[in-house]
Design a protein around this ligand. Structure first.
Ligand SMILES: *Cc1c(COP(=O)(O)O)cnc(C)c1O
Length: 497
């Protein structure tokens, strides 16, 4: 029982159980008591290839999963799926390094974790002796849904239903989802916005739980979002890969510290960096980069988390989040105090805000540095990166780069900085085109071609010819009908294997 709820030390689970359940029964997140005591030699992985590094990191983080089985799962997850042999290459851009996480099958960094989570879930199901089929429910504002479907597609024992806001995602994202293949995937537009879709999914979980709606159905529900430890663990790997790349390039010596700048929404990606640090990797500062939804910037500056604020729809939509769920894990790991976490999360639920004790705030501030960048700053950064360094960045990456430049000025004692790049610029062609100083037309697909012609940067294969692909999913429903939609799909046999 290596995992426990962040809110209650008595709620314990094995790694496999934590992966199957996602959230702990009391609403807390599953966490180890501490990571610093893990039996893991960070130096030993620096000379390994990616999958070997992944095997070692995952074996340490997921007790009960053996190295041999992890190796098999890793091959199933990643072989032939990424554009580059090094799944997550590190490239030099000016004085900084950029860790490219978007070379996977849907051109978003979520691929790294969502290729592996279904494999871990498949094996966790076997380990726990569960015969039920697992149906994954996800609401998406664009990136998660596509990456999750691609990951779960035709994985035995699982199915997936993705809900997205009708008319609320970009044309590229809409085409990516509507053309999704696989015998166990369902995609459905909901009349409403992203919050409606997300609230609808939460209500389905609650209704099914409260009324035992899936009793004797042979199906249970689960979620693929980043509160699942099986989604977080695979993200820890690329921090080691980036560090190894800097050593290999002669930019640092083994043991030197490196700072990482992370475009942050739900706090999953940056928390994986904290995990790597706790496992011994010489990480200096973790730079938490936000867009205009800068609730984390304020938290890091004041110790007060307050979600009572306007919500902005920005050019970096995957970071448009006011409640960063994974922050709860950081509060737990840094305080070791589940009672404190339970109290703060209850305050968040009741009042939308909480404040951490001064001593905890000081320790968080010793590791994390926060900054933010609005849409005008994001586009200016895209232009500057391209003009000065010939590097074409997406909007999320541009936020992280801009905040990193501000960090370097504010903290002259900084270490070499690695910027995490989380999406292909071709997923957000309108804002990127405007960042280059051009005027964008309506047609996103035409813009992709323009962008390619102007910059010579290749369009990722999975985004090419999307308009011509067969549309396989056309369902549009009212938000009131989401539960009956799910119960209908649960009954069908077509997806069960
Ligand atoms: C999800 C996402 C992020 C934010 O990652 P978190 O783990 O939620 O902090 C940043 N950029 C892109 C492109 C994303 O899809």
């Amino acid at each position: 029982m290596d995992y426990r709820s962040t809110r209650n030390e008595k709620l314990r689970a094995t790694a496999a159980e934590a992966i199957l359940q996602g959230l702990a029964g009391d609403g807390g997140l599953y966490s180890m008591d501490s990571l610093s005591g893990l039996d893991f030699d960070w130096r030993s992985v620096l000379d390994c290839d990616t999958l070997t590094t992944a095997r070692e990191v995952l074996a340490a983080l997921l007790p009960g999963f053996g190295k041999e089985e992890l190796e098999e799962l890793l091959h199933d997850a990643y072989d032939g799926k990424f554009e580059t042999d090094e799944l997550t290459p590190t490239v030099e851009v000016g004085d900084d390094a950029v860790l490219e996480l978007f070379r996977g099958p849907t051109s978003a960094f979520k691929d790294v974790a969502l290729r592996m989570l279904p494999q871990l879930m498949r094996r966790a199901r076997e380990k726990c002796g569960v015969d039920d089929q697992i149906m994954i429910l996800t609401a998406t504002s664009g990136d998660t849904g596509k990456a999750a479907m691609e990951g779960f597609r035709d994985v035995p024992g699982t199915g997936i239903i993705v809900f997205y806001p009708h008319g609320g995602v970009s044309a590229v994202q809409q085409a990516q989802m509507a053309t999704q293949e696989g015998g166990n995937v369902y995609v459905c537009a909901v009349e409403g916005n992203f919050d409606d879709a997300q609230t609808g999914v939460k209500n389905i979980f609650a209704a099914v739980e409260a009324n035992d709606l899936l009793k004797d159905s042979g199906v249970r529900l689960s979620s693929a979002n980043s509160i699942n430890i099986g989604r977080l663990a695979p993200q820890v790997v690329y921090y080691f890969r980036a560090y190894a790349a800097l050593v290999k390039a002669g930019r640092i010596a083994v043991g030197d510290k490196v700072d990482f700048s992370v475009p942050t929404g739900n706090f999953g990606d940056i928390l994986a960096g904290y995990f790597a640090r706790e496992m011994g990797l010489p990480v200096g500062r973790l730079i938490c980069a936000s867009n205009a939804n800068n609730v984390l910037t304020e938290f890091l500056a004041t110790g007060r988390y307050d979600r009572n604020r306007p919500f902005y729809k920005t050019a970096s939509p995957s970071m448009d989040i006011l409640v960063s769920s994974n922050l709860e894990r950081l509060l737990f790991l840094m305080s070791g105090d589940g009672d404190l976490v339970a109290k703060l999360m209850a305050e968040l639920k009741e009042t939308g805000a909480y404040e951490v004790p001064a001593e905890l705030r000081a320790r968080i501030g010793g590791i994390f540095w926060g900054g933010c960048c609005d849409d005008a700053g994001t586009k200016a950064a895209i232009g500057k990166l391209y003009r000065d360094h010939g590097y074409l960045a997406d909007t999320h990456t541009a936020v992280a780069w801009q905040v990193a430049q501000e960090y370097k000025v504010a903290c002259p004692d900084h270490n070499p900085v690695v910027i995490l790049s989380t999406a292909s610029p071709y997923k957000f062609p309108v804002a990127v085109w405007e960042g280059l100083g051009e005027v964008a037309g309506e047609d996103e697909f035409a813009l992709m071609a323009d962008l390619c012609e102007k910059t010579g940067v290749a369009i990722p294969k999975n985004l090419q010819g999307l308009q011509e692909k067969e549309v396989r999913h056309r369902d549009v429903i009212k938000k009131e009908d989401m539960l009956s939609y799910v119960l209908g799909k649960v009954k069908e046999d077509a997806w069960k294997k």
